[in-house]
Design a protein around this ligand. Structure first.
Ligand SMILES: Cc1cc2nc3c(=O)[nH]c(=O)nc-3n(C[C@H](O)[C@H](O)[C@H](O)COP(=O)(O)O)c2cc1C
Length: 183
């Protein structure tokens, strides 16, 4: 266990996800004394306000992991120019039941990988808008938008692109510095 815990959440559920490959690369690029753990969102039911009075176990688990973390890292694809439904579902669940918003006050960073050129830029700006209502505190720079996924990883899923590796390491360092500053 490091002294500082970042909770990673991946917006893609598929086995061969490039975004999970980036999350795994980030684990090896974290500063010393920092643990980056992933919490899976596969088991969450679709959000239904009728379930809020008796929260599903998977939601309780997610909320506890968020509360215990020093900072949050979203790593997500862009779907139809926005946030994938599975990720938005997880965000909505952990923001409830009102007023128990588990995201409130958390420092947060975003990264993303896409098959096309723009590297999830549109999804990232939509997430930043959502952070306003969640009362999360995003790191602004660097923006880690990894386009042309097929050219950035080798056949074993290792991130081989030097620029992406450098930006990822810098973002994680900035996230830790930012979190300590606003603590
Ligand atoms: C439903 C759907 C919508 C998509 N929309 C976009 C998009 O708006 N912009 C984009 O760059 N790529 C889009 N893609 C392509 C993704 O960038 C690509 O599938 C990527 O590999 C998904 O991330 P993953 O490998 O982590 O699953 C879309 C893919 C799917 C399945």
């Amino acid at each position: 266990m490091g002294e500082f815990t970042i909770l990673g959440i991946c917006g893609s559920l598929r086995k061969g996800s490039y975004n999970r490959m980036l999350l795994n690369a980030a684990k090896g690029l974290s500063p010393g004394g920092v643990t980056l753990d992933e919490v899976k969102i596969d088991e969450l039911p679709l959000f239904n306000a009728d379930l809020e009075s008796n929260l599903p176990q998977s939601v309780k688990y997610l909320k506890a992991k968020i509360k215990a973390a020093d900072a949050i890292l979203f790593i997500s694809p862009e779907y139809n120019y926005s946030i994938p439904g599975v990720l938005k579902n997880a965000i909505d669940w952990a923001s409830r039941p009102y007023p128990d918003n588990s995201w409130a006050g958390k420092p947060v960073a975003i990264m993303g990988v896409s098959g096309g050129m723009l590297g999830t830029a549109r999804m990232q700006y939509h997430l930043r808008q959502v952070f306003v209502f969640l009362d999360m505190h995003p790191v602004n720079k660097p923006e880690v938008m990894v386009g042309m996924a097929a050219q950035k990883f080798d056949k074993d899923g290792k991130l081989t692109d030097e620029t992406a590796r450098k930006l990822t390491a810098q973002l994680l360092e900035n996230l830790v510095t930012w979190a300590k500053k606003i603590r």
